[in-house]
Write a protein that binds this ligand. Structure first.
Ligand code: ATP
Ligand code: MG
Length: 333
């Protein structure tokens, strides 16, 4: 049997703060507790710890017996901020109260929380600090265009508008990649009416299809597909727009969708073998691709990240000057 002082010794090694209570009085506090809150023993726990939402601990301590009788070892866990004089401010804690033993355990999660906040700040920085000014710019340009009669000026404004739109697309794509890389995008699978989605994607890129006078053949042998709406739509849009963009005029693009995969096949410029591994890199564009159409080189980077999140596998088959096929398998082997 180990004695009480040995138990106390062990508790002093813990990273967690441990309080043993008698009603609301602290009768034991480990070393970590003293590091955060100074002398603890003999104090009322509510005098010692200044909670942001103090009522959560009160509730935990006074929860009806019925909760613990269901499970004798019931642990009530919640998160709250607590003020620590010694650590100079408010800190986030995960707080567990073990009713049976009147044991209160606190784990400092401030660092995890701060990291999470930094991540959210980065993505809101992109979303607001970059997207808003571009939006303002675009609305001013469209006002200028409306009031302008001079053909030369209109030409110049249209050039500015085109670049602003391009910037907007880049920021949007970077936002998705950042979200995906920071693990902030969690896919949510729903049953998707796949024909409807394909039609709306084709509608989005109608201008491009018209420009190339491309014929998109659809071979879809299912009605519904379980997938994340945003992920599937983005993958389809990027692959189809590439297939059309990098095709010659009047070409065919074949879209095939089954319950196992999506295949987008074109008869365009193709991708030289040695460049295939690079096309998923951010900003990479093949030399033939650059000549065919404008782009930012981000579409496939986004596709790759989203496929990773959804656990899809991508295969590329291409022959230079003959054509390309992208296949997205819904399940990675
Ligand atoms: N179907 C295709 N046929 C031939 N080349 C392709 C095809 N798809 C992609 N590529 C090549 O890979 C490059 C990267 O594609 P990606 O979609 O990432 O960028 P992009 O189309 O240039 O720009 P955007 O960000 O607007 O999509 C393209 O620039 C092109 O050179
Ligand atoms: Mg693209």
């Amino acid at each position: 049997m180990i004695n009480l002082s040995e138990v106390h010794n062990i508790l002093d090694y813990l990273d967690e703060i441990v309080f043993l209570l008698e009603n609301v009085t602290v009768i034991y506090a480990n070393k970590k507790a003293k590091e955060y809150f100074g002398d603890c023993e003999g104090y009322n726990i509510f005098d010692l710890l200044v909670f942001e939402k103090g009522s959560l601990l009160v509730e935990a301590m006074h929860t009806e017996k019925s909760v613990s009788s269901v499970n004798d070892d019931a642990i009530i866990t919640f998160e709250d901020r607590i003020f620590s004089n010694r650590r100079g401010g408010w800190l986030y804690f995960k707080i567990s109260y073990i009713k049976k033993n009147s044991l209160l355990i606190l784990r400092d999660i401030s660092e995890e929380r701060n990291l999470q906040e930094v991540k959210l700040n980065i993505s809101s920085l992109i979303a607001h600090e970059l997207k808003n000014p571009i939006g303002v710019l675009l609305s001013h340009i469209s006002e200028l265009l409306e009031d302008e009669d001079d053909e030369e000026n209109i030409k110049q404004f249209l050039k500015i508008e085109k670049q602003a739109l391009r910037l907007n697309r880049i920021v949007e794509q970077i936002e998705y990649i950042t979200m995906a890389q920071l693990g902030l995008y969690t896919p949510k699978n729903v049953s998707i009416n796949i024909r409807k989605m394909v039609d709306s994607v084709l509608d989005d890129i109608a201008g491009l299809i018209e420009l190339r006078r491309a014929k998109v053949e659809k071979h879809i042998n299912i009605d519904y597909l379980d997938a994340d709406d945003f992920i599937l739509r983005t993958i389809l849009k990027n692959l189809l727009s590439n297939a059309v963009k990098y095709s010659f005029d009047n070409s065919k693009v074949i879209l095939k969708i089954t319950s196992e995969y999506i295949s987008v096949r074109d008869f365009g410029v193709g991708i030289p073998d040695e460049e295939i591994p690079k096309i998923f890199n951010r900003f990479y564009r093949t030399s033939t691709g650059v000549k065919m159409a404008s782009g930012s080189g981000l579409g496939l980077a986004v596709v790759k990240h989203l496929a990773n999140i959804a656990n899809y596998k991508i295969e590329v088959k291409s022959q230079h000057m003959i054509g390309t096929e992208f296949i997205v398998y819904f399940r990675k082997e």
